[in-house]
Write a protein that binds this ligand. Structure first.
Ligand code: BES
Ligand code: MN
Ligand code: ZN
Length: 532
């Protein structure tokens, strides 16, 4: 997609729709008049009329408040949309991202073909009312905010642009492969997007293109998750990895069951036993030219989780096609990394298999020998994610990587604890955890740290093996699952993202559309590109 930078004044912008963001408490007439003097001065004071019309809907610039006004030829655009940005001091790229996503969804079926965001891209524009108030109160307590340098402002603008492009492309996504009636969504491919209120620059264009790349890869990953399990098999995940490798010049190796057996991946293969579909262990590698370090990203790739013989109840089982969301996130992130070529090397690993109760399925009570030699009593075949990840972590730890990050829809308990609002993050290295949380903030994905107290290991004690795979029912299941994984990281800095909650949405919410969200792509990309 091509992004245009609009230079015309607000009244002259020819896009069908113009969106103007307004901070909470700002005087709308001043905002509009400030953007385009002619609207305040011209006959009839149109800026004032806009403000009055908005006041009828009690528009006050509160977060996600929207007023839509027809312009009836008073402006060059057909529709003027006023959107609340909330408090100016809380204004962040994630606000811009949400706004763009909600606009994309609002106009998904519109016959209009162009939209222009009139940018309020930085926090610094203190509106008059506030600064007056501050002066009145003597400005005794709070010092005036320090002037931002030009480059700070530029980066801030760039972050907002990137976020808006992401939000726009994420919000308009839908998976329609199996719908016979597709044409009412035709406008989706046609709407052009432009930004006003900022100058076109190399930085701005680049920011848009990065946002485009990340959103594209996220949507790719969403498509993989949306596919039914009968289609999105481990083999198809492997094909997708091969396609990405070919297109973006990564190396790709697919380890099949026979080779996995030779490598001693007994935990991974144990899970695969009940499935007719062949398991695949996928290895993607991006080798940076001047590599600072190597990060391993590891995805849980259970293409369907029936629970195995510890069968899940029927209610909601159809959602368990999203149990490969970690794998999808790894594929999405590897596509971005292959495209943007950062100076950090990345090893992408996916342990892909179904978890099925077939003839040869694991019996509850079976003992598996994992790749690092630890024996595992499988007291619950539905705790399969940690089994496949155990061998993936061991594999990663032997590949000369500096740190390991896994993404997995690992526990129902994390959904109970954090809902669909945040992923749980746990790890052995606080610096890595902190950086991932910060990257998530930038990227609009919430990560909330859960503890890894040593005591959680007690619940994984087995009478006959080194470990059992499922801890005490109903007790800190997300932490004990992570504690299990920790047994396989071999001392490497490691973080685990339990994405079971935000990985799936029951309804649209901002840039996260209903269905599989591909949570993690944005955080991982942000981490690799800006923090690693
Ligand atoms: N894939 C599930 C976790 C899950 C549950 C994801 C609900 C999304 C929504 C995982 O394999 C699983 O079944 N975990 C069990 C572990 C238990 C048996 C220790 C769980 O969370 O109930
Ligand atoms: Mn399970
Ligand atoms: Zn699972």
């Amino acid at each position: 997609m091509k992004y245009k930078f609009e230079t015309a004044a607000l009244s002259k912008i020819k896009s069908d729709i113009v969106v103007v963001g307004v901070f909470q408490g700002e005087d709308l007439g001043n905002v509009i008049g400030g953007i385009d003097q002619t609207l305040a001065n011209g006959s009839g004071n149109f800026a004032g009329s806009i403000a009055e019309a908005a006041s009828h809907d009690a528009f006050a610039g509160k977060a996600s408040q929207v007023v839509s006004l027809q312009t009836y030829d008073n402006l060059a655009c057909k529709k003027l949309i006023l959107v609340g940005l909330g408090s100016s001091k809380d204004f962040k790229p994630s606000v811009s991202r949400k706004l763009a996503a909600n606009m994309a969804r609002r106009f998904a079926n519109s016959t209009m073909t162009s939209i222009c965001f009139y940018g309020r891209f930085t926090q610094e524009e203190e509106h008059e009312d506030n600064s007056k108030k501050r002066k009145k109160s003597g400005a005794a307590g709070k010092a005036a905010p320090a002037e931002k340098s030009t480059s700070d402002k530029e980066t801030e603008v760039a972050q907002h642009l990137k976020a808006m492009v992401e939000g726009w492309n994420l919000g308009r996504y839908s998976f329609e492969k199996y719908k016979s009636q597709k044409d009412d969504k035709k406008s989706k491919s046609e709407m052009t997007l432009s930004f006003a209120g900022i100058k076109e620059s190399k930085m701005a264009t680049k920011a848009c293109s990065i946002g485009d790349t990340i959103a594209g890869a996220t949507n790719l990953a969403r498509g993989l998750i949306a596919e039914p399990a009968s289609y999105m098999t481990p083999t198809r995940l492997a094909d997708e990895a091969k396609r990405i490798a070919k297109e973006y010049d990564l190396t790709c190796k697919i380890i099949d069951a026979a080779q996995a057996e030779k490598l001693g991946m007994g935990a991974f293969l144990g899970v695969a036993k009940g499935a007719a579909e062949p398991a695949k262990f996928i290895v993607l590698k991006y080798e940076a030219d001047k590599s600072k370090k190597t990060v391993a990203i590891i995805g849980k790739g259970i293409t369907f989780d029936s629970g195995g013989l510890s069968l899940k109840p029927a209610l909601g089982m159809e959602h368990m096609k999203y149990d490969m969301s970690g794998a999808a996130a790894v594929l999405g992130a590897m596509q971005v990394i292959g495209d943007l070529k950062p100076n950090v090397s990345v090893l992408g690993l996916i342990a892909a298999t179904e978890n099925m109760p077939g003839n040869n399925a694991l019996h509850p009570g079976d003992v598996l020998i994992s790749m690092n030699g630890k024996t595992i009593e499988v007291n619950n075949t539905d705790a399969e994610g940690r089994l496949v990840l155990a061998d993936a972590l061991t594999y990663a730890s032997r590949q000369n990587v500096d740190e390991m990050i896994d993404l997995a829809t690992l526990t129902g308990a994390v959904v109970t604890a954090l809902g669909r609002v945040a992923a749980g993050i746990m790890g052995t290295n606080q610096e890595l955890v902190d950086k991932l949380i910060a990257a998530g903030k930038d990227a609009g994905e919430n990560l909330w740290q859960l503890p890894l107290y040593d005591e959680y290991k007690d619940t994984l004690k087995s009478d006959i093996a080194d470990l059992k795979n499922a801890g005490a029912r109903g007790e800190a299941a997300s932490s004990s699952a992570a504690m299990f994984l920790k047994e396989f990281v071999d001392g490497k800095p490691w973080a685990h993202l339990d994405i079971a909650g935000p990985g799936w949405m029951d309804k649209d919410r901002d840039e996260c559309n209903k269905g599989g969200t591909a949570f993690g792509v944005r955080t991982i990309c942000q981490y690799i590109l800006n923090y690693a």
